[in-house]
Design a protein around this ligand. Structure first.
Ligand code: DLL
Length: 439
């Protein structure tokens, strides 16, 4: 017997609840068209398909996607700025770009239809996270070349809620406006949300006592322990939002209020998980690198884009009634994984251990250096309350021991005083890699 599902709060119930067979059929048709358009309009794809001896007509079933080439971030850089666009530049109404620490930025472009699709997917995502028409949404994602600010902005408007286009920074002012405008929803990176609530507490303001109800947090990895912290201190139900600019921006996948994985919108994207070593597709449920193909994008179709993000997919039914596949929480990027004396560590694993530790504040930084031929990890964490040197030494010893037993990695731990570590204004910088600086 299937439980009765309330779909009155879905933004697009017909498509969100479509049975999986129909969804796959829809995907197949759209994928075929996307491959045809990419082959006909983008020289890079034509070359890449030809090199693999494959043509759009070879797609006879969804599984045939494995015969087509991957796309990687350097393909965008190599075709800078507009080389991967499938329409003349004049047909684009918006550009975004990611800065990148080295080399050229990656540029992404949207037609008017792409912006409409993105707004719809964002509205759907916000509704799934519990945002309703009429809500007051404080948007602290950065506006500008980053897709976060404008992506949320258009989605909130499309849903019929009110958006405050705050962007990042000016934290004290943000707190005043959250209060004055009676924000019911906070949209921010989890690390900035934490910065906000901490500053509010220092100002003697209890945001949890106000009307805030929903948190839509994403754009960086965060742990369940961080979620519990944000739920409690902000008085929200925090949901995880996933996306990336190369594919669209935020709104690729969202946690519904069941919070057991993020629904990836399969009418707009084809999701695969591949083994990062062999590049072979993995069966549902196995962990690997997430690979995404866009199904309806006009300006910048992406074929098998390697996200570098590590996750698992599940198609088990969700109690919310949405049929779209769930992407389990992204614990980190391939590129962010540290290998410390042979042990693989994601910063988010260290975060889980630190945040569960009594007396430790949820701010941390990892410093990786080279000592002789060995990589050395230093974990810097802060205490909640000021403590003397002896007490910090003792705490450092306990934390080190705990990290070793939980994750299996040996590290040095430095306990800092409250406020000593840098606070996030957007995406938090968790790792300082001194090896790259030649130190
Ligand atoms: O971060 C888009 C976004 C904006 C998503 C606002 C959610 C909210 P990029 O700047 O291109 O786009 O960065 C994309 O950020 O490949 C992941 O490594 C990481 N990321 C994004 N969302 C999550 C998440 C935006 N919920 C890259 N959990 C992605 C973990 C995330 N990592």
């Amino acid at each position: 017997m299937t439980a009765k599902v309330d779909c009155s709060t879905m933004f697009a119930p017909d498509i969100e609840r479509l049975d999986r067979d129909s969804l796959r059929l829809l995907q197949f048709g759209r994928l075929r068209k996307t491959l045809e358009r990419a082959y006909a309009s983008v020289p890079h794809y034509r070359r890449a398909f030809d090199e693999m001896g494959v043509a759009p007509g070879d797609l006879k079933s969804l599984a045939d996607i494995r015969r087509f080439p991957f796309t990687v971030k350097t393909d965008l850089r190599d075709n800078y700025p507009f080389g991967l666009f499938a329409v003349p530049r004049e047909q684009l109404v918006r550009l975004h770009a990611s800065s990148g620490t080295t080399g050229k930025p990656t540029v992404v472009g949207y037609t008017a239809n792409d912006i409409a699709t993105w707004s719809d997917l964002m509205a759907r995502s916000l509704a799934a996270a519990g945002v309703r028409p009429g809500d007051m949404v404080h948007n602290a994602y950065g506006y500008g070349l980053f897709t976060g600010g404008l992506g949320f902005h258009y989605g909130v408007e499309r849903l019929g809620a009110t958006v405050t286009p705050m962007s990042g920074g000016q934290t004290e002012r943000q707190i005043a406006l959250i209060q004055d405008f009676g924000a019911t929803v906070l949209a921010a990176t989890p690390s900035y949300a934490l910065n906000l609530v901490e500053m509010a507490e220092q100002m003697g303001i209890d945001l949890a006592a106000g009307p805030l109800r929903v948190g839509v947090f994403g754009a960086e990895p965060w742990s369940e322990t961080m979620r519990a912290e944000l739920d409690r201190r902000l008085g929200v139900k925090a949901c995880d939002m996933y996306g990336l600019s190369e594919i669209m921006g935020p709104g690729v996948a969202i946690e519904c209020t069941s919070r057991i994985g993020l629904h990836g919108w399969e009418d707009a994207f084809l999701f695969e998980v591949v083994d990062p070593d062999t590049m072979e597709p993995l069966p549902m449920g196995e962990a690997g690198e997430l690979v995404i193909t866009t199904l309806v994008k006009e300006g910048l179709p992406m074929i098998r884009y390697r996200t570098r993000d590590i996750t698992r997919l599940t198609d088990e039914p969700c109690s919310c009634g949405r049929t779209h596949v769930r992407i389990l929480r992204v614990t980190g990027r391939n590129d962010d994984m540290l290998i410390i004396r042979g042990v693989n560590v994601f910063p988010s694993q260290i975060e889980s251990v630190l945040l569960g530790f009594p007396g430790i504040a949820p701010h941390y930084q990892l410093v990786v250096s080279r000592q002789g031929s060995m990589d050395h990890l230093t974990v810097e964490a802060e205490t909640v309350e000021p403590r003397d040197e002896d007490s910090r030494q003792l705490l450092a010893h306990q934390v080190r021991h705990h990290i070793k037993s939980m994750i299996g990695v040996s590290c040095e731990v430095l306990i800092r005083l409250p406020g000593e570590l840098p606070r996030s204004q957007g995406k938090a910088v968790r790792v300082r890699d001194l090896r790259k600086a030649g130190a």
